[in-house]
Design a protein around this ligand. Structure first.
Ligand SMILES: Nc1ncnc2c1ncn2[C@@H]1O[C@H](COP(=O)(O)OP(=O)(O)OP(=O)(O)O)[C@@H](O)[C@H]1O
Length: 424
């Protein structure tokens, strides 16, 4: 598939009156502003590849997909597609909300070029995969988003597409359904079919895509391996991607330049904070190995958890600590300078200590919170100087499938022997 210099321009009017005037009064005066939802987008997608489209909300991903599927016409440029496309678009293009699920199977099949008889032959398989029981006889407008995704996916995989496009649609399904879908997607990959994923889930991109493109302000600003593009996307999310610099990642943005670390994270406003603040945690963040702040952690890479502590009193051997919890509040892991036998010595008023914990966080994909603390012992009693519970949340993504909370990093060996030898 070739996407060649595709642009999509929308006319934006300040008022409806401007829109009307421009339509009916012949004049050279423009009453609209032009907005480029896509700006000269070019991309080659090869047969058999599984490619991911990454980009922030409003970047232009859905517009690109709609143009690829023919739902939308480009303002300029062209898309050449070899093969049949089945698209699982978020808004369900190709489905009529007023029709029942059953009628939509035939309606959608018809759009895909299948006769009623051909769809009848596929019906059992579609119904079995969708598994929505009697809802199949209800109008699609009454469906939950999960039910709709079930039906749309069941139809898409049964019309033998050469190219399967999946736009966030699977994220609404339950875990069992998602697992079933991803098994099918893997089968598709093995059959050498082309798959295009549009998702905010970096985990999906890392697990399934060989290649990814990052779309930003309607432009294809970077393409490369899934891993590289996830890194670019992470930087875009914290506004650290410098497009002007020959589209290279701005690795040189030093921490002093980027201001307070914590500004790069969505902080928990209802956090639990306490302590006598003789030592105060004034800044903190999670960073990748390029020292870029990121609330998206890739489990396969080391991360750095940092905190800056200002001392308002003389304190001997303060203990600096962090804890990671899941969204239900279960403590999963953590450590502190005492457990790690780090000598922290004495700090005096006005001193600022920066502590960094560099380590792997081989967590299951999902959302977590970070808690920080500075404590110590005075006269044998534990004193809390400052604790910030669940101060920020972050998302972790892991390449491989694992069971449970973290990667046990198993080293597996197999030994084979003849049965006769075992028995004798
Ligand atoms: N019909 C329209 N008229 C005007 N602007 C539009 C129209 N449709 C989309 N846009 C604008 O085009 C830009 C790209 O939208 P698009 O839906 O492609 O983004 P996206 O990357 O898919 O975002 P999301 O991740 O939120 O789905 C957005 O700024 C959007 O507001």
């Amino acid at each position: 598939m070739e996407i060649k210099s595709v642009s999509k321009i929308y006319k934006l009017y300040d008022t409806n009156a401007d829109r009307l005037k421009e339509a009916i009064i012949p004049s050279k005066k423009k009453r609209h502003k032009e907005f480029y939802a896509l700006n000269n987008l070019s991309l080659n997608i090869h047969k058999g590849e599984c490619i991911g489209f990454l980009g922030k909300n409003g970047a232009g991903k859905s517009t690109a997909l709609k143009i690829i599927t023919g739902v939308l016409k480009p303002s300029s440029g062209a898309v050449t597609v070899k093969g049949k496309i089945a698209a699982l678009l978020e808004l369900g293009a190709g489905f009529n909300p007023e029709l029942t699920g059953l009628d939509n199977i035939f309606f959608n099949g018809n759009i895909m070029g299948f006769s009623r008889q051909e769809m009848m032959e596929r019906l059992d398989s579609i119904l079995e995969f969708a598994d929505i029981d009697d809802f199949i006889n209800q109008p699609v407008k009454t469906y939950s988003s999960g039910m709709f995704a079930r039906l749309a996916f069941a139809v898409a995989i049964n019309v033998e597409p050469d190219i399967l496009i999946i736009d966030e649609a699977l994220s609404v399904g339950d875990v069992a359904f998602q697992t079933k879908c991803f098994r099918r997607i893997n089968e598709f990959k093995e059959q050498g079919k082309t798959i295009i994923f549009v998702t905010h889930s970096m985990d999906t991109i890392l697990k399934y895509c060989n290649r990814a493109v990052v779309i930003h302000n309607g432009e294809n600003i970077a393409e490369g391996s899934a891993k590289e593009m996830v890194d670019v996307y992470k930087k875009i999310l914290v506004n650290l991607y410098d497009i002007s610099e020959e589209m290279k990642i701005n690795k040189n943005a030093s921490l002093s330049e980027i201001g307070e670390w914590k500004n790069y994270f969505s902080l928990n406003k209802t956090l639990l904070e306490y302590g006598d603040k003789k030592a105060e945690i004034v800044d903190f963040g999670i960073f990748d190995m390029n020292e870029c702040p990121s609330s998206k952690v890739i489990s396969d890479e080391p991360v750095i958890i940092k905190m800056k502590v200002v001392f308002h009193d003389r304190i001997d051997e303060p203990i600096f600590a962090f804890t990671i919890k899941d969204v239900k509040g279960n403590e999963l892991c953590g450590t502190n300078t005492m457990f790690e036998n780090i000598v922290t010595s004495t700090s005096n008023p006005g001193e600022v200590v920066t502590v960094s914990f560099t380590q792997s966080l081989k967590l299951q994909s999902g959302f977590y919170t970070l808690s920080l603390g500075c404590t110590g012992f005075q006269n044998g009693e534990l004193v809390v100087y400052h604790r910030l519970y669940d101060v920020l949340s972050f998302e972790s993504s892991i390449f491989k499938n694992i069971v449970g909370v973290y990667d046990v990093e198993s080293q597996i060996q197999l030994y084979k022997s003849e049965q006769s030898r075992v028995l004798t």
